[in-house]
Design a protein around this ligand. Structure first.
Ligand SMILES: *[C@@H]1O[C@H](CO)[C@@H](O)[C@H](O)[C@H]1NC(C)=O
Ligand SMILES: *[C@@H]1O[C@H](CO)[C@@H](O)[C@H](O)[C@H]1NC(C)=O
Ligand SMILES: *[C@@H]1O[C@H](CO)[C@@H](O)[C@H](O)[C@H]1NC(C)=O
Length: 180
């Protein structure tokens, strides 16, 4: 019985503290303490799995003339932990209330310029401006967001002309993750 209890305890440490247990010690614990620990272990487990949301996607190709208010669909998904980013719509749907970090990068063709916006539902939270094709601009937003809200990137309604570029010499990309 003692051996079973101590084995359970080691598992609990694993789930709650999220680091590997490198030593083992046989301990004896009371049944009521064990029941409390089992409840704790379940809540730790739930907390751990629902806090992992992270995505990273990029455009697989150039967009020749996206125009204004064009919603970017970053079609190549490299990371999508928690599956909250949709590569058909280009939208990250906030999976739960929390503080999030979002980053987006944009490259344009030479002698052309674009303003791109990071949008939460209808609110523009971030904006970047890029001119010419030999560099990439990156914007970063940290925000509180509520479950179900939509986060995406689009071109400004009027400040833009020419192609958005994305190839292995420089990617137009979108990423984000839940901070807490
Ligand atoms: C405690 O949580 C871990 C991680 O989810 C799980 O694998 C383990 O079975 C749980 N232990 C008990 C005794 O419920
Ligand atoms: C887009 O998402 C779908 C569904 O998750 C997946 O099957 C497909 O492989 C993804 N496409 C790319 C290019 O990542
Ligand atoms: C990728 O983009 C760079 C810079 O615009 C360009 O010089 C190069 O030809 C492109 N490569 C391909 C394979 O299109």
């Amino acid at each position: 019985m003692n051996i079973l209890h101590s084995a359970v305890f080691v598992t609990l440490v694993f789930a709650c503290a999220n680091f590997p247990v490198t030593y083992g010690k046989l301990v004896s614990i009371q049944d009521d303490v064990l029941r409390a620990l089992l409840v704790m272990n379940r809540s730790c487990d739930t907390g751990a799995s629902s806090s992992h949301y992270a995505f990273y996607a990029y455009l697989s190709h150039d967009l020749p003339e996206p125009g204004g208010n064009r919603h970017f669909i970053y079609d190549t998904v490299k990371t999508n932990i928690g599956n909250a980013y949709n590569n058909i719509t280009g939208t990250f749907t906030v999976p739960r209330n929390g503080i999030y970090s979002f980053t987006w990068s944009t490259r344009v063709e030479c002698s052309k310029a674009h303003t791109t916006e990071l949008v939460l539902n209808t609110r523009v939270l971030g904006s970047t401006y890029i001119w010419c094709g030999y560099n990439t601009v990156t914007g970063h937003v940290v925000t509180y967001a509520s479950q179900g809200e939509a986060v995406f990137v689009r071109t400004h309604s009027s400040h833009g002309k020419g192609a958005i570029k994305s190839n292995n010499s420089g990617r137009s990309a979108f990423s984000g993750f839940l901070i807490a």
